[in-house]
Design a binder for this molecule. Structure first.
Ligand code: UDP
Ligand code: MG
Length: 335
C-alpha cells in the first residue's frame, strides 16, 4: 500500500485510497454521456478494491450545453463534482483548475472524448499502489488521426526531447495518475504558459509509463487543429528550452565569420587584381540574407519576451464561475 495515500478512516466503508478523476471538457455535450457510464463503472469496480473514486468535471467555458449535461450527470451520481470556468481558458488551465480542487488522495487526468480508455484506470491505480508517483499512459497507436497529425506529433516529441533538459516522454499525453505528493508539487508551479507535459516531467519522482491503445473520439471533433498544435509546439519549446536563443547566437557567429572571410577576399581581390567593384546582385543577396537572419533572431527574442511579459502580469490562471462539490463530499469530510 502506498504510504502517501490519503485514507478514509471510516471502518464501515472500508475504503482507504482516494482517487479523483479530473476531466476537462470543452464543448463535449455529445461525448460526456457516453464517457460517464464507462468511468462510473470503473470506479464501482475500484470501490470493491478499496479505492474511493471521485469524478471532477471541469467545464472549460463550453457553449454547447455541456454544463447542462454535466448537471444531469451530477444529479445521478453522488461522486461527481462540477467546476465551471468563466470562459474558455484552454485545456491546460482547465486541468489546473481541476487539479487545484482535488483535496485528498491521488488525481487521474482523463480526456472527455473517450480517447483515453477509463477501463485502464485500475492498471494505473495498481502502479500507484506499487509506489509510483507519476503513472502516464503512452500511446502505442493512434486511431482516427490523420497522417499529418501523426507525423507532426512524432517530429514534435523528437525535437522537444532534444531541446529540453526536462525529461518529456514521447507519445505521452495528459492521461496520467498523480500521487498526492506529485500533485502537491505540480500545484506549486503557477506559470502562465503551462506546457503540462513538461511540468509533469519537471516534478519528477518515480515515474512509469503504461502503454495503451488510443482510440478514436467517441463523438464531436478535435479542438486542436494544425495551427493550434503549432502554437502548442512553440509553447512547449519556449517553456522548456532556451536552446533557440543560443541557436541565434551561433547563427550570428557563423554569419559573422563567413562575412569576415568574404570581406578579406574582396579586399585582397581589389588590392592584387584591382578588380572593379562587383555588381549589386552580391550586395543585394548579402543584405537580404542578413536582414532575414536578423528578423528571425528578433522574432525569437520576441517569443521569449512576450512570455516574460505575460508572466510579469501575474494574472490568475483561470476564473471560476461555478463550483459544485460532490454530493457525498460532506460525508467524506466528516470521516
Ligand atoms: N479541452 C478543453 N479546453 C479546450 C480544448 C480542449 O478542456 O480549450 C478538452 C477537450 O474537451 C478534451 C481534451 O481537452 O477533453 C482533449 O481535447 P481534444 O480531444 O480536442 O484534443 P486531441 O485529443 O485531439 O488532442
Ligand atoms: Mg481527443
Amino acid at each position: 500500500m502506498n504510504p502517501d495515500t490519503s485514507r478514509y478512516g471510516s471502518p464501515d466503508s472500508g475504503l482507504r485510497d482516494c482517487l479523483t478523476v479530473v476531466v476537462a471538457a470543452f464543448n463535449e455535450a455529445d461525448s460526456l454521456p457516453l464517457l460517464h457510464p464507462r468511468v462510473a463503472s470503473t470506479l464501482d469496480a475500484l470501490a470493491a478494491d478499496g479505492v474511493a473514486g471521485r469524478l471532477l468535471y471541469v467545464d472549460d467555458g463550453s457553449r454547447d450545453g455541456t454544463w447542462e449535461v454535466l448537471q444531469s450527470l451530477a444529479a445521478g451520481d453522488r461522486r461527481v463534482a462540477l467546476l465551471r470556468l468563466s470562459r474558455n481558458f484552454g485545456k491546460e488551465a482547465a486541468l489546473t483548475a481541476g487539479l487545484d480542487r482535488v483535496e485528498t488522495g491521488a488525481a487521474l487526468i482523463l480526456d472527455a472524448d473517450g480517447q483515453d480508455p477509463p477501463e485502464l484506470i485500475p492498471e494505473f491505480v495498481a502502479k500507484w499502489r506499487e509506489g509510483f508517483d507519476d503513472v502516464h499512459g503512452t500511446r502505442i497507436e493512434r486511431e482516427g488521426e490523420g497522417w499529418i497529425k501523426r507525423m507532426t506529433a512524432h517530429a514534435f516529441y523528437r525535437v522537444i526531447g532534444r531541446l529540453s533538459k526536462t525529461p518529456i516522454p514521447p507519445d505521452t499525453g495528459d492521461f496520467r495518475l498523480l500521487s498526492p505528493r506529485a500533485l502537491a508539487a505540480l500545484r506549486q508551479l503557477r506559470e502562465r504558459h503551462r506546457f503540462m507535459k513538461g511540468l509533469f516531467g519537471w516534478v519528477g519522482f518515480n515515474r512509469v509509463s503504461v502503454p495503451y491503445h488510443r482510440d478514436a473520439r467517441m463523438a464531436g471533433r478535435s479542438k486542436f487543429n494544425l495551427w493550434r498544435l503549432w502554437n502548442f509546439a512553440l509553447e512547449g519549446i519556449t517553456s522548456f528550452s532556451t536552446a533557440p536563443l543560443r541557436l541565434a547566437t551561433y547563427l550570428g557567429l557563423l554569419t559573422a565569420a563567413v562575412a569576415f572571410a568574404y570581406g578579406v577576399w574582396i579586399i585582397v581581390k581589389a588590392l592584387i587584381w584591382s578588380d572593379p567593384v562587383a555588381g549589386w546582385p552580391t550586395m543585394m543577396a548579402v543584405i537580404l540574407f542578413l536582414g532575414g537572419v536578423q528578423l528571425i533572431a528578433l522574432g525569437l527574442i520576441g517569443e521569449y519576451l512576450g512570455r516574460l511579459y505575460e508572466e510579469a502580469k501575474q494574472r490568475p490562471l483561470y476564473l471560476v464561475d461555478d463550483w459544485r462539490p460532490a454530493a457525498d463530499a460532506a460525508r467524506v469530510a466528516a470521516v
